[in-house]
Ligand binder design. Sequence first.
Ligand code: G3H
Length: 530
Amino acid sequence: MTSTSIAIPDQFQIKELVNQNTYLVGGALIPWRGKTSEVYSTISSTKDYKPTLLGTIPTLGKKEAINALDAAVSAYNKGQGLWPTMKVVDRIACMEKFVEQMKTKREEVVKLLMWEIGKNLPDSEKEFDRTVEYIYDTIEDYKQMDRDSAKFEKNSGVNAHIRRGPLGVVLCLGPYNYPLNETFALLIPALIMGNTVIFKPAKHGVLLISPLLEAFQNSFPKGAVNIIYGRGRAVAAPIMQTGKIDVLALIGNSKSANALQNQHPKSNRLRLVLGLEAKNPAIVLPDADLDLAIDECIAGATSFNGQRCTALKILYVHENIVEEFNKRFSEKVDALKFGNPWEDGAKLTPLPEPDKPLYIQKLIDDATENGAKVINTKGGETTENYIFPAVLYPVTKDMRVFQEEQFGPVIPIVPFSDIEEPLDDMAESNYGQQVSLFGKDVKTLAPLIDTLVNLVCRVNLNSSCQRGPDVYPFTGRKDSAVATLSVHDALRSFSIRTFVASKDNDYNNAILKDLMDSRASNFVSTDYIL
Ligand code: G3H
């Protein structure tokens, strides 16, 4: 493998640095003249390898973080704020204003996605488009939710008007692998339900938020959304320590989630919406269609270099077919093209974390020292910003690559003779997100499906694991998630059922009628949103 060519198409060249010198708090883009941090891409712009400087972000500290928290708390204003009490139809109008402006920033955001996290062009475009679609779907779902609750019900002599209300102040942190999509999959439902939000972009994939700052500023009431920059330790921890956060919404690592949770002094107040690690296995049964299984395992294990929580991170292949599987699988891995994100057909692209190649190399070394072999020719070939996926076989439980979520380009294969072996491993695992099951005979598949659905939250039949389509529930057992995300479920996760009840008598009913006729309350309303 050679380093990627340096011919960068004109439209993707970095001609100007993105120097983010403001942050959004209380509706104002506050100028920052203090310390800044440089943002680099691991992609080189010169012939001799050198990381490319993309721009700078403010290095905010505790003072600015607490100011952002105060802005969110005061926008919530003990439930009296403009945003949490606003009519649903008006909150939707703000979100529509935002998404219309967001769409005009596609080119800039896609370009930064490629440079900041090395995601290839088609996938970067998909991330942007999928996010826009997610916002529209969220709006439609919220309308339906509102229509369904635009009514009274009566039980045992009590009238009730039940809706979903916001939880309060949300601290929102997203991951580097989907810095736009996954972050917005938290931020957008949190906001639209009437919560106020403090959002800190991921370490990698931070500048791509810059083109959207003005849209955030001019679409929502002041303080409804606050965007800050800096290290989690310096800004997120002090916010949590105040005990004023009602929801921690985080997609990323369980260590960071636990550390932040533990800072909060009132654990019952704190709701959690978390998407964490996974070690999704593929199980390839002896009667599987090998061509199909291999293609799906390649996509599952290597797309975005395995840096997806849903990636296939361990392959269990039945011993009767493992030799053939390994041969054909390794050839196909070696045929994958490595290149810069804008290069045609580049499936493998530079890794955004400078220390990732070394970490992956250590996993390979540990596995080979313990009896595995790298069975593909290019496996482990290294450049300054990449390490070619090594297919490791046979992998055993004592190896680090079996135990750790590699989140990068290395593919462990474990042979099995008895199906109880992968099932036992899954039951013992700390993770429980998804599985891919390859096979045909329903007599074998049926009992397996019945067991696997109790170990994970999605069984992908003859298909690789994935989050989408985003209308389906995305969650996990054990250390893999807390709460469920999907277009609909996210609206539920960021809200709580709350209602107005009154005894059914003439006195109360006259007041209820007056409330509805006068349209004086934004909550008590039977208006039907078209
Ligand atoms: O990092 C985890 C993502 O939720 C995976 O989403 O399956 O659409 O790549 P995806």
